[in-house]
Design a protein around this ligand. Structure first.
Ligand SMILES: N[C@@H](CCC(=O)OP(=O)(O)O)C(=O)O
Length: 471
């Protein structure tokens, strides 16, 4: 099973498009009845896009809402098993509804249910990528949802915004459309703040998170909100995908948004009356290669390798090739096997750094532009996100394995625990030895590995490291 990691140049006219519909776009919040007008309009739009030669994937929430309607219950209940049961009841009906609607226009569909477990396992991930690619080449519209029935916290995406960004990366999509109940991203919640202004173009998602207030928590049934959309946009942007936020009530605008963005440069003057209302998040100019993106965002870390500042500096140089020598390793945390993903943490003196770091755990959250982490690219400079960006967000990003969020959390704790030294997460990689072996050879020269272990599989203890540079 192989997958070409190069990104083929795509003819602009034949795009790969992921369209994500949240629960609030699929079922009524009060009655949980399916919103047939929106669903039908989406179907017509998707079929039109297919006729224009585009390849389309839908990411559809709504299983739990449809299950609630079927069972006549008013809320999701409190137990995990109860929610999973509702999802199991609803998912079949949801896909049947999509199939009925698409069948009217003779468009075949497929159901694809994923959990983070599939994404974390390289073989299953590649199988899912290959299946999606095959379905698209067969002219089918895959309809993706989280496999809620088996999804528990460790393997849960939790919100379909994140799932849609991962899906978009898996299929090298050109566009990810996050359809929602507002027209675009605003500088504040437009329902509460009359001064809220639309944000038309975002070239740096990390920066925009500093300047807009996105504390809305999403709909009554869904789990996402504007925060998770920004996280999704950031993940997608790092994979080279253009993300659009627009209103799910007007799906037909998807085609006009694509047409507008093909014809107008992103820096076209604001106030163009012909511009459909939407926010476009531009892709990173240097997206991460497939494997690095997957290591950073797909993999769960099985443990931690703590390195000194010298090793961190060495890793940040292009010549290191993202490979870590044993000499700079200070400690190993957790139990992991060879070739499992590990978090790289640098231990450094608090001192003059400490105040600044305490002041702004959030600054570290602001670096998470994945393309800026790699040793073979110019390091980015932290730019800051409001600390109030909330534990929930950090928690979610930590669950994603997003380096910066974990750092922010970790730093807060470590600085409290130890005024002198701090440990800062700086990257992720794949271990070349298991945790026990790395513990044995830590601090040694590579030439000593064989003497200690009796064998030397590699002179480096970890490789494929995607790193960020600290200020
Ligand atoms: N997988 C769940 C939806 C998860 C969720 O809440 O997503 P969203 O409505 O996009 O925030 C379902 O089908 O009900």
């Amino acid at each position: 099973m192989t997958r070409d990691s190069s990104r083929p140049a795509k003819a602009q006219r034949h795009l790969t498009i992921v369209i994500k519909l949240g629960t609030s776009s699929i079922v009524s919040e009060s009655t949980h009845q399916p919103l047939l007008a929106i669903l039908s309009s989406i179907v017509e739009t998707v079929v039109k896009l297919r006729q224009d030669g585009h390849r389309v994937v839908l990411v559809s929430s709504g299983a739990i809402g449809v299950g609630m309607r079927r069972m006549g219950v008013k809320d999701r209940g409190k137990t995990l098993a109860g929610v999973q049961a509702l999802a199991a009841i609803g998912q079949g009906r949801l896909i049947a509804l999509w199939d009925q609607l698409f069948t009217q226009l003779e468009q075949p569909i497929a159901q694809v249910l994923l959990t983070r477990g599939e994404v974390s396992d390289r073989t299953r991930y590649l199988n899912a990528c290959n299946t999606l690619a095959e379905l698209l080449s067969m002219g089918v519209v895959p309809i993706v949802n989280e496999n809620d029935t088996v999804s528990v916290s460790e393997i849960k995406f939790g919100d379909n915004d994140t799932l849609s960004a991962i899906t978009a990366a898996m299929i090298h999509a050109d566009y990810l459309f996050l359809m929602t109940d507002v027209d675009c991203l605003y500088t504040a919640n437009p329902r509460k703040d009359p001064a809220a202004q639309p944000v038309p173009v975002v070239s740096d998602v990390a920066l925009i998170r500093q300047s807009v207030s996105v504390k809305s928590s999403g709909s009554a049934l869904g789990t996402g909100g504007m925060e998770t959309k920004l996280i999704a946009a950031e993940l997608a942007s790092g994979a080279g995908v253009t993300t659009v936020i627009t209103n799910s009530k007007t799906p037909a605008s998807i085609s006009s948004i694509i047409a507008y963005n093909l014809l107008h440069p992103p820096d076209a003057p604001a106030g163009d009356a012909s511009r459909p209302l939407h926010t476009v998040f531009l892709p990173k100019p240097n997206p991460l290669a497939d494997r690095k993106w997957w290591i950073l965002h797909g993999l769960h870390s099985a443990g931690t390798i703590v390195v000194d500042e010298g090793a961190h500096r060495a890793l940040s140089r292009r010549e290191s090739g993202g490979r870590l020598l044993p000499a700079g390793v200070l400690a190993v945390q957790g139990t992991f096997a060879q070739q499992q993903a590990v978090t790289i943490v640098v231990r450094r003196r608090g001192g003059e750094h400490a105040d600044r770091l305490r002041r702004s755990a959030s600054e570290l959250m602001a670096v998470p532009t994945p393309g800026e982490y790699t040793p073979d690219q110019v390091p980015g400079t932290p730019s800051g996100t409001p600390a109030a960006s909330a534990m929930a967000l950090q928690h979610r990003m930590a669950a994603l394995g997003t380096a910066s969020a974990v750092s922010a959390e970790r730093e807060g704790e470590d600085l409290e625990a130890d005024g002198e030294w701090e440990e800062v997460e700086v990257g992720k990689g794949l271990s070349n030895y298991n945790s026990w072996e790395i513990d044995k050879v830590k601090g040694l020269k590579s030439s000593q590995i064989e003497g200690v272990l009796g064998y030397a599989d590699s002179e480096h203890v970890a490789g494929n490291i995607t790193l960020r540079i600290l200020a």
